[in-house]
Ligand binder design. Sequence first.
Ligand code: FE2
Length: 205
Amino acid sequence: MFEMIKLKYPYDAFEPFIDTETMQVHYEGHYASYTKNFNEKMIDEGLCYGDLSVLEILKETLSSYTYNQGGGYWNHGFYFEALNPSGNEEISIKFNSYLSNFFYNGMEGLRGDLVAKCMNVFGSGYAWLMFDTIDRQIFCMGTKNQDVNHITARYQPLLNIDVWEHAYYLKYKNKKRDAIENHIKVIDWSVVEGRLKNIIAKERG
Ligand SMILES: [Fe+2]
């Protein structure tokens, strides 16, 4: 059985940037549904992938329904894991100094790129911060729906921002840019930094 990640903070901890109702519906409704549906499909179809990770399973030949539920399950876990309601400024300064190893245009450039990629997602999808393990570059990109095909041995994910309407519409309605800019204020950059360090540590064996 694939488990949901536990939230480190209560639903109301992200006010006023992410409202309590959205956090609750997103976690207990959407994320929980993807998790339940993915687990049920794995059992119903007798799918057993042993020790493969969810991302490895999603590289197998699956029905589009199972792929979407599995993608929704994985994407939401990755999303909820990197939220922190406090200390954002301090941890972003720390991450900024680490980021300087990778020829990126600093935190302001990064925030601007993330907002632009979020705004460019037409319909449902995510914006991502990715690490190119060959060229040693960090870059932003957008994806559709619950896709995870862009994640490969070469391109590793550091952060995703959910820009499905369910992630912001209750509070922000058509003000998508406001929702994104406020979401960026509660990103846990120490988690992002940890992910990057893990990738590099694994490369070194
Ligand atoms: Fe979502």
